[in-house]
Design a protein around this ligand. Structure first.
Ligand SMILES: [Fe+2]
Ligand SMILES: [Fe+2]
Length: 494
């Protein structure tokens, strides 16, 4: 048998001499370094790789026979979900999610294996820069490829970014009226607005809109409601049905634009311009066939081209309309541009995109991804906000996006949250100065798994020791009527 090489490691307890070799037969048998069978199975299941060192290729010494303890062994977690650049995407990878709104790519069926060069080319042409892949369902990245983020790190980074927004200078708190009363007003304004937008889309379908006078009245009513109590209006416009999406999306973006303009401290004329841009931004969709607008599957090249023509169609429809401003027209044409130049129709970069168009881009995406569509259920507002934070770089203007977070709150009204006291609560009111401490209504005990008598809690207020420790999806808990907890009986969803 080939003799083992001599150990050269220094023993600090023996004047730096090499470790003493043990006499043959004196080897003490230490505990096994292999993990017990159930533990190995668990690691294999979750993809946790713990590389156990092979036997030392030298004579055992006093140090060498000591088995490595767990804390000394480097642990490599193999993450199942990885965010990668689309330049690293390959045939055989399983796309779990696109890093961008589903209106920004033709693959509305967002989970699939990349099967062909054609798939790759279409993804590259979509303007999406990154995707999440699931390596348990498809090929992994090659060793030389870069993983932009794994799931846990990305989530932690997003939470930190939102906390930074909360810690930054808050908008000046405004005196607002009672929310319950304003919710009833807002519900009526929304119902009246629907008909105006429906009429405008009807005109647009025939070729052009003659006047925006009625639209201006809608914008004024919405802007006044937002000025009285912004959360009432923007909470309510989210609750639209999938069937009514086309019209109510315009009303919702109008309300979000008005509220965002106030956060940005724009003047009254600019606030109304922003509201008008929101109301008109998708009027070009009136000329897109419903079979394309509501298609549940992937759009083919021709359909995708048609869909992306709606900003230019919108401009053509409104060009001769009485009362429309150049700012609103610009936003109609450029609300799908992105600050990194990957948007459409003109691939404008940050400084080339006007303020109101940049605002419209943020409000449009938020409302689109929080709304139910015929082919996809909307995300919860907390989840939508976190997805947008993840995509924000390259997509949205940083200052405008942060102002938007302050506008809707880190836990927007209607969000389901988990409290430290192990209760579920719905957010009923936001505090613009303390975004992490909204007023909530606790109604469900996670310990007993039962409903409890609803109680209103001003987090961070006098006598409240509780705090938010996470956000939840109502569907996970089988809760279907969460909105009734913050809506007064008289105010109905749009
Ligand atoms: Fe659009
Ligand atoms: Fe839109």
């Amino acid at each position: 048998m080939r003799p083992w090489p001599r150990c050269t490691q220094a023993d600090p307890t023996n004047n730096g001499e090499p470790f003493r070799e043990l006499a043959p037969g004196s080897l003490r048998r230490g505990p096994t370094v292999r993990a017990p069978r159930p533990e190995r199975a668990r690691r294999e299941l979750i993809g946790e790789m713990r590389p156990f060192p092979s036997l030392p290729a030298r004579a055992p010494c006093a140090k060498c026979v000591r088995p490595p303890v767990a804390a000394e062994i480097p642990v490599k977690i193999m993450h199942m979900r990885k965010r990668i650049s689309i330049s690293d995407l390959r045939i055989g990878m399983f796309i779990e999610e696109f890093c961008g709104s589903w209106m920004d790519h033709p693959f509305w069926r967002a989970h699939f294996v990349v099967e062909s060069v054609n798939d790759l080319e279409r993804i590259h042409g979509s303007g999406i820069r990154e995707v999440w892949i699931d390596v348990s369902k498809g090929l992994d990245v090659e060793s030389e490829q870069i993983v932009v983020a794994n799931l846990e790190d990305a989530e932690a980074e997003v939470e930190q970014q939102l906390k930074n927004v909360a810690a930054s200078a808050a908008p000046r708190p405004r005196r607002e009226v009672d929310k319950t009363g304003e919710l009833e007003h807002a519900a009526k304004i929304i119902a009246d607005s629907r008909q105006v937008v429906a009429d405008m889309f009807g005109e647009a379908r025939l070729g052009s809109v003659r006047s925006t006078d009625d639209a201006a009245t809608v914008v004024d009513n919405i802007a006044n409601s937002v000025a009285r109590h912004s959360a009432a209006m923007i909470g309510l416009v989210r609750l639209k049905s999938a069937d009514d999406y086309t019209f109510m999306h315009s009303v919702a973006v109008c309300a979000l634009m008005s509220a965002l303009a106030r956060t940005l401290e724009l003047d009254e004329a600019q606030i109304r311009d922003a509201g008008m841009a929101g109301l008109l931004h998708d009027v070009g969709k009136a000329q897109i066939p419903l079979t394309v607008l509501n298609k549940p599957g992937t759009l083919d090249d021709e359909e995708w081209k048609t869909m992306r023509s709606h900003p230019e169609r919108g401009l053509a429809i409104l060009r001769g309309a009485r009362g429309v401003t150049p700012t609103a027209l610009d936003a109609v044409l450029h609300h799908h541009e992105k600050v990194d130049g990957s948007g459409y129709p003109h691939h404008l970069a940050a400084e080339q995109i006007a303020l109101v168009a940049k605002m419209c881009s943020v409000c449009d995406v938020y409302d689109a991804i929080t709304s139910d569509r015929p082919y996809k259920a909307g995300w919860q507002p907390t989840i939508a906000l976190r997805k947008m934070t993840e995509w924000a770089s390259g997509h949205f203007d940083d200052t405008i996006f942060k102002a938007f977070v302050k506008t809707v709150g880190i836990y927007p009204i209607g969000s389901l949250v988990r409290l430290e006291s192990q209760r579920l609560a719905v957010v009923v009111e936001n505090d613009p100065v303390h975004l992490l401490q909204p007023t909530v209504k606790a109604f469900f005990s996670l310990r007993s798994k039962m409903h409890i008598a609803p109680s209103l809690i001003k987090l961070g207020g006098k006598g409240s020791e509780d705090r938010i420790v996470g956000y939840e999806d109502p569907a996970t808990h089988g809760l279907t009527r969460v909105d009734e907890l913050w809506l007064p009986p008289g105010a109905k969803a749009a």
